[in-house]
Design a protein around this ligand. Sequence first.
Ligand code: NGO
Length: 475
Amino acid sequence: MPVIPLPVQLSALPEGSYRLTDASRVRFEEAALEGVAAYLGELLSVPTSPDEGDIVLTLEGDEPEGYALRASENGIRIGGGSPAGVFYGVQTLRQLVQENRTVEAVEIADAPRYAYRGAMLDVARHFFGVDDVKRYLDDIALLKLNHLHLHLTDDQGWRLQIDAWPELTGIGASTRVGGGGGGFYTKDDYREIVAYAASSFVTIVPEIDMPGHTNAALASYAELNTDGIAPEPYEGIEVGFSSLDSNKPLTYDFVRDVLTELADLTPGPYLHIGGDESLATTDADFLLFVRRAAEIAASLGKTVIGWHEMGRSRELPPGTIGHYWNFSDPREGNGEHALSFVEQGGQLIISPGDRAYLDMKYDESTELGLVWADGPTPVPDSYEWDPALIVPGVGEEHILGVEAPLWTETVTTIDEIEFMAFPRLACVAELGWSPRTDAPRHFEEIAQRLARLGGLWDALGVQYYRAPEVEWGGT
Ligand code: NGO
């Protein structure tokens, strides 16, 4: 039975299929499940009730994100360790409902491999409004992802209202790659995104990328610049030319103000403070900046996340999470930088550029996308790897999870987001959720299930790429 991510245990039962009819009802046994029940009821066009119904949602078991699902002609029962677990059971059920509104008899027991299963959207290179982000949240919920990392700032745009520094959006939000105007989230917009994400058990992980990738901030405030002169806004796609000034006291007022307002908007545990490609920052300045900025973020009660270059610092706050983004065979010291987080007591999020980056072209003919990570990334490459075998010295227990970033230098619409993300994001989601396999994974293990998921994507209007390695059904 085709489900992505593949459940831990799935057995077909000898009983008859369940049939959705006008008499079907979703019953929730605990008040805490009313929201999930309403969500399922709407998906299936079935009423919900706390008292009666043959599709039963309940709390049971002690794996918070785990669930058990049983379907037969007599009904469906989903028991989860928490409302999130029930929600994941519901995602599985969505994939089991066939076109004729039946569900084959089955028994499933399931729980995730990693606590952190993420997608990232770069809203800085091109801005995407609240509705686009909600749409992407809907898309990733189907795959049981539980974190959406928003890359909120970069050279080409600052995308979040900060009251203490209004020109960040007054000036810094006005641009995007290629020109044509920018955009930003007001605090209310941002709260709306956070709340919508929470309704599908997704935590928003906000990133303010520093000390490099800061031209939009530097263009907004001359006084943040070493020479006191604001650079021109930037709409190209080069990286590594901008830097905050580590030696200016004002820099840390800025960092504190921004992170304090961001932490106030952030119920989740993480603040991502970037740290990648600070090529215009000297080593000494980088280390000074990272120590102080990470200290500020930690003082706000948050767990700090930084791209793996931040591991150059040996003075990270306890528990700082490293975010590895180099190749799946680490080059140029990147593996050591990632390992440094583990040596300092932290864990890693794994996003190898040549496996998990959704902005790589599928093949040479893909119009959108980049190729810096060893050329294009065909769909099988996004599946045939193991997060626990990427960084030498970093084993399963040191990995918080996996994430698939979508950088948007070339991506401008939600349809293009979906085209670059799917089906590759489904492959990465399976690596994040399904149990580790002893033998290396082969694309054939997921190809047919992707074809089946394509049917659901068609029904949902998701604009996925019809990869030639999959025998898609339909037209
Ligand atoms: C790199 C770079 C980003 C680019 C991206 C494009 C990281 C962490 N920094 O990834 O600025 O947008 O590649 O693939």
